[in-house]
Design a protein around this ligand. Sequence first.
Ligand code: UDP
Ligand code: MG
Length: 323
Amino acid sequence: METNQELISIVLPVFNEESGIQNTIEILQRFIAYQPEKYELIFVDDGSKDKSADIIKKQKEKYPTIKLIEFSRNFGHQLAITAGIKYAKGNAVIVMDADLQDPPSVIPNMIKKWHDGYDVVYGKRLVREGESIFKKFTAKMFYRLMKSISNIEIPLDTGDFRLMDAKVVKELNKLKEPEPFVRGLVSWVGFKQTSVQYERQERTAGESKYPLSKMIRLASDGITSFSAVPLKIMNYASIFSILIGFIYGLVKIFNHFSSVDFATCSMFILSGIIMFGLGTVGNYLFRTFDASKQRPQYIIANRYGFDYEKNKKYLKTLKQNNG
Ligand code: UDP
Ligand code: MG
């Protein structure tokens, strides 16, 4: 059966997960045993200071499906994912947390959508079990902010739990951004994308490895790599300031008794002009920054009628046959 030959890679970033990683491996192995596809589990140890890597190595002897990449230090969740998908060999690659917050039971639904012809199937969270109100609120605000200021569509309430076809992974692997915001890049790459809904579980063990400082960094990477709005804010502010200056001036001219003086009005206009200059520098800076990311200008999903190589071969055989 053809489906038997499909290989699915699961990429799991791991940072100090010694208390739960064994359980994760066992649950995943039990899951894999009942699936029609072949699986490889790629663990990326992101510089754990505990026994996570040792536990994975030990389990690797028992289960040949396990592969392990060890980072030399903690490079962060997003780079761990980036490395994992780079070494994945699967026809489809799934990224999931090592703490089982993303339940494996969602995987068959993702694969079904993939078989239906979708190239990216992301998990959309319905509820966030066992997470603080603060985390839920900040996450919600962040996704909404991203949607309103970025020039690409990042689906709301999704994390990095997703299935990607090998061709999407191939394109992602070409991007060499020093601080990648993976879920944004997946949206940016394009292709046919859809979602499956799931209930995000509580962590099976240990604490979240995302303290506020890491969350802020992730959010700032997301915004700065996909939006020019912060750089352009000065331009908008300058127009506002100049307008206020003029209105003040007009009030002074037409109403001699008003308490407005020309100093205030020129202050608004002058600072507006300076802000405009800053905004302009920002715009140029953005263009340089954008170019420095070296993303490809576009990605072609399909080409029709361009089969030069095949055509050449065909013409050659035609010629040979004819004489
Ligand atoms: N993680 C990582 N490097 C880090 C922080 C986290 O590889 O610097 C891993 C972590 O082990 C987990 C996944 O990334 O598998 C998501 O982290 P976590 O579960 O702590 O985030 P949360 O679910 O609380 O947002
Ligand atoms: Mg988690």
